[in-house]
Design a protein around this ligand. Sequence first.
Ligand SMILES: NC(=O)c1ccc[n+]([C@@H]2O[C@H](COP(=O)([O-])OP(=O)(O)OC[C@H]3O[C@@H](n4cnc5c(N)ncnc54)[C@H](O)[C@@H]3O)[C@@H](O)[C@H]2O)c1
Length: 252
Amino acid sequence: MKIVLCGACGKMGKNVAELAGSGSDTIVCGVDIAPAPAPFPVYTRFADVTEAADVLIDFSSPTALEERLRFCEDRGIPAVLASTGYSDNDLALIENYSKRVAIFKTGNLSLGVNVLQYLAKKAAQALGENFDAEIVERHHREKKDAPSGTALMLAKSVNEGFGGGKENVCGREGAVGARKRSEIGIHAVRGGTIVGEHEVMFAGEDEILTLSHSARSRKVFAAGALKAAAWMRGKRPGIYDMDDLLDGIFNQ
Ligand SMILES: NC(=O)c1ccc[n+]([C@@H]2O[C@H](COP(=O)([O-])OP(=O)(O)OC[C@H]3O[C@@H](n4cnc5c(N)ncnc54)[C@H](O)[C@@H]3O)[C@@H](O)[C@H]2O)c1
């Protein structure tokens, strides 16, 4: 695959470039607002990209989202959007472009986290509403968004497992009163170089079930991005996610 890599000079961009270089894929160029030396050209704007490409992989930030979606539309190539922290406006933009561009979007590209998401939904279904669900996520000190995209994905699946009607409560402070049954608590811990840890706790009467996942290196996300990029080749316009790639495990 010939890949254009947005966010090429960041932590994830470097991991993707390294992994692609060790296989049969090629990063034809990068796009990064803070360019740094790389073994391929790095531009600050998509308008400067002249290289032919099969796919865009994005590990940058939600800013300037439309520029990269328009690039994919003009080139007729799919987009793998791995950045997190999208606003409602960004999500509406992605929805709009998905009529003309094949877009893969996920808050987490690791197989383990996606199995955790599946198990958390099943656990909520089996345990029922007498159990309170709380999610704790831990990431490195430089992470810009909170809660993590993965924590939000997990909360959505837990809510589905409970049959809907829950609301996310992000952190608690002060005289918040007793916990409501409708809450799914989400707590963001930041520090050091933690790659990414997610814990889903179901607390009931006298028993607690905890499901957790720990990413030990960023390679797991880079490998997932390359796998998603290969899988997206030739896909029709629309929005795809890990469940599509994993053959519908969440709907089983
Ligand atoms: N989906 C997943 O599995 C997954 C896994 C890890 C990280 N992420 C997400 O990927 C993103 C990048 O993570 P990171 O740890 O590499 O961050 P980082 O800060 O190390 O790197 C981001 C890079 O993108 C560049 N950038 C920022 N805005 C840009 C823009 N508008 N156009 C072009 N370049 C831009 C920055 O200059 C930087 O080089 C974050 O949103 C993070 O949450 C997702």
